[in-house]
Every structure is written in C-alpha cells, then in structure tokens.
Write a new protein. Structure first.
Length: 357
C-alpha cells in the first residue's frame, strides 16, 4: 500500500477522534451557569459560614448533629445550589455542596466517601438534584448502613433503598418538564417504608437551583424563592421526623451501654475475657483495626446470633468507623438478648494508635 493510501486510511480515524474530542469538550463546557447574585452568599455574615474545600463548599450553620452531602444536577454550575442549601443550613443541617468533575455527577458518584471519612456527625443524609439525585440514590443504595436518609429533588432511584432505619424524601414541582414522571412513579417500588413524596404546586425543574431556565422545562407559577423555601422546610421536617423516629425506636428497644473511647481502652487493657467487635466491612478491617478485634460486618448481623458470639453474658465492645454502624449493630445484638453490649463509636475518634494493628 502506497503512502497516499496509508495516509487516507489513517485520516479517517484521526478525524473521527478529533470530532469526538471537540464534541466532548463542547458538551462539558455547555453548562448552566449560576446567576451573578449567587456570589453574594459567599460574602454573607449571618448564621452560616461558607468555606471552600477540596470537594466544593461547606456550609456550617447553627446545627451540630445532622449534615447533608449534595450532588448538583448535570451540567449545572455547582454554586447555583447555594441559595437553597443556605436556607437548609440556616434551619439546622450543615451542608456539603460537591463540585463534580465536568459538572457531571456520574463522574463523581463516590465523592461522598471523602466527606464521610473526614467529618463526624451523628446523622448523615445524601441529596441531589436531577442526575445528581440519581447518582446520590445509587450511592445510597450501596451505603444504607452509613447514611440515615436520602433527599431527592426532581429525581428517582433505580436501585433498592429498602431498610428499616433509612428515610427518603422526594420533592418535585408540578410544572417539571424535564423529569420523566413515569420513572418517578416506578421508582416508588424501591423506596423504604419511611418514604415521603412532596409535589410543590407551581414549581418546576430548574428552580431548585439558581441558574435560569432549563431546556424542556415548563414555566413555574411560583417564585424561585418560594420553591426553595418550601423545599428547605420539607428537608428539615424530614430530618426532624427521622430523628424522632430513631429516638422512639431507642426508647422501646432493649438497651445497650454507650461508653467513651477511654473506657473502652481501659476494659481492653484489663483483658477480662471480653470480645472486641469491629462491624465495618472486611476490607476496612484488613486496612487496620483494634488489636484483638474480630470482624462481623453490620450488614451480616441479622436475626440469628452470630456463631462467633456464643456467650450472651460476655462483654462485647462494638465499634466501626464513625459510630453509625456500631450503634446499629449494638442495638441489634441487644435485641437478640446479648446482655453486656457496649458501644464506643468509631476509629475516627479513637485516640490510642498503640492499640491498633
């Protein structure tokens, strides 16, 4: 084959590659930008402090117990959700607004990992708008034991979210012209018992953020301010109801003892025939654990007594990574009749590195 023919054959795939590359660059840069007035929130001096982080923005409000990790919609500049999340944070739930690679949440679905690993809150919620909500639902489906709930804005799940200790709130506008309403209805089959759906009359798809009109959307008959205020109120109500339900369950359930890390350390050093129980995943356990601990992942502790825990009078010290799974596991063991279950939180707050291996 002569040089001209070789050049001709090579030109076709090269041109196709360049075309796809140019199309991809255009696609990821053709985004909905935040309105200019969003920048005012970065300069506010009210009850919410906004800090730039490696993953986006952290909104630290007056609350201390609950936090929300938020995934933006596809091709929407992430700061467009500042007005909504500012309202949520003012009402008592701190927020982590995630900046997604190329403004596409499916490229950063696991961004919540970093937040969960580096911060300590007693209650964690994941949330997202549109594609961001779909990715949040997918992540939540695989991490039901680490999260307390999911908040979907104009979005729906495609995987199971069923769990006795998990809550889901779905909020959408009656004038939404972007979301597939049939898929919203079919998504109900994946929901847990603690599921609530709210339709904002007159609201549309785009007004959860501050980025203007979205292609294919219908006109809203309520203001953006009103839609976001109703959404923030619904979110806080959901978190409060979730907390109240957890407290009610704790009051009616058999008891386990909550102890400090120092007390746990003292008991471990006494080595009086106790069991140290790590309820993280086996992969997490292999990366490092408290000396002498055995691993039974929380999701494997069901209604049958684990064979590794034959003595129901034995002291069992339970821990995980942050304290969420350990509380769940301790309660399940207490419900099974184990009489001396003690829970001391997670390795994030464990100050004794000499007792790790």
């Amino acid at each position: 084959m002569n040089r001209k023919k070789i050049a001709k054959w090579l030109a076709v795939p090269i041109l196709a590659f360049l075309f796809l590359l140019a199309a991809g660059i255009w696609y990821v840069n053709d985004i909905y930008y935040s309105h200019a007035d969003v920048q005012e929130y970065l300069r506010k001096t009210g009850s919410v402090t906004i800090t730039e982080t490696q993953n986006g923005l952290y909104l630290d409000g007056p609350g201390n117990d609950a936090a929300i990790i938020f995934y933006p919609g596809a091709k929407v500049e992430y700061t467009a959700y500042l007005p909504l999340l500012y309202k949520v944070s003012e009402r008592g739930a701190d927020c982590f607004l995630i900046k997604m690679p190329c403004n596409l949440a499916f490229l950063g679905k696991n961004k919540a990992d970093d937040i969960l690993a580096s911060h300590t809150y007693s209650r964690w919620y994941l949330s997202g708008h549109s594609l961001g909500g779909a990715m949040a639902a997918s992540y939540a489906s695989a991490h039901l034991n680490e999260l307390d709930g999911l908040i979907l804005l104009a979005a729906y799940p495609t995987e199971s979210l069923e769990s006795e200790i998990f809550s889901v709130l779905s909020v959408y506008g009656s004038e939404d012209g972007v979301m597939n309403m049939d898929k919203l209805d079919s998504g109900c089959s994946f929901m847990p018992d603690a599921y609530r759906e709210i339709c904002i009359e007159g609201g549309n798809h785009a007004q959860f953020g501050d980025y203007g009109t979205q292609k294919g959307d219908h006109s809203a008959s309520v203001s953006q301010e009103e839609q976001q205020t109703q959404t923030a109120d619904a979110v806080i109500n959901m978190i409060m109801e979730s907390e109240q339900e957890s407290e009610r369950m704790e009051e009616t359930a058999l008891e386990y003892e909550k102890i400090t890390a120092q007390r746990a350390k003292d008991l471990i050093l006494q080595n009086d025939g106790l069991c140290i129980l790590d309820v993280r995943t086996r992969e997490e356990y292999q990366e490092g654990h408290i000396k002498g601990a055995i691993c039974i992942p929380n999701e494997e502790i069901l209604e049958v007594e684990p064979k590794e825990l034959a003595d129901k009078q034995q002291v069992i010290l339970v821990y995980c990574r942050s304290g969420n799974r350990s509380r769940q596991a301790a309660q399940k063991l207490a419900d099974m009749g184990y009489e001396r279950v003690m829970e001391f939180g997670g390795l994030l707050d464990w100050p004794y590195p000499n007792l790790l291996e």
